[in-house]
Design a protein around this ligand. Structure first.
Ligand code: FES
Length: 119
């Protein structure tokens, strides 16, 4: 299990992009955010914002649709793989590979994702 980088580390490692306002993503929800050709699933897990690719590693199904599951996890609506949104780890297949995670920081009411940070 990996640990999440804190905001200073995120700022140092990636190009921060404002993806939402804090109030856009209520606690317990995960929403799709389009950034050019890329889609991110942005989750609010008890006030902690988490960002992962919005493409399931099984066959590309969406992960940013609706409610978070227990333990800050997201479920793919296509074949029901479950990922930990904090780490990207697969909690239930058929997916086998983890989904990419992105460092997130919150500042002045905005949620920022470090897009170029290493996976
Ligand atoms: S595409 Fe997500 S479980 Fe198959």
């Amino acid at each position: 299990m990996s640990t999440l980088p804190g905001p200073p580390e995120a700022i140092a490692r990636g190009r921060l992009v404002r993806v939402a306002a804090v109030e856009d993503v209520p606690p317990g929800w995960v929403l799709k955010v389009r950034l050019g050709s890329r889609e991110i699933a942005l989750a609010n897990c008890g006030g902690a914002f988490l960002a992962i690719d919005n493409a399931c590693t099984h066959a590309g199904g969406p992960l940013g649709d609706g409610r978070l599951k227990e333990g800050c996890s997201v479920e793919c609506s296509w074949h029901n793989s479950v990922f930990d949104a904090r780490t990207g780890e697969v909690l239930r297949g058929p997916a086998r590979k983890p989904v990419r995670t992105y460092p997130v920081t919150v500042e002045d009411g905005g949620v920022f994702v470090a897009l170029d940070a290493p996976a």
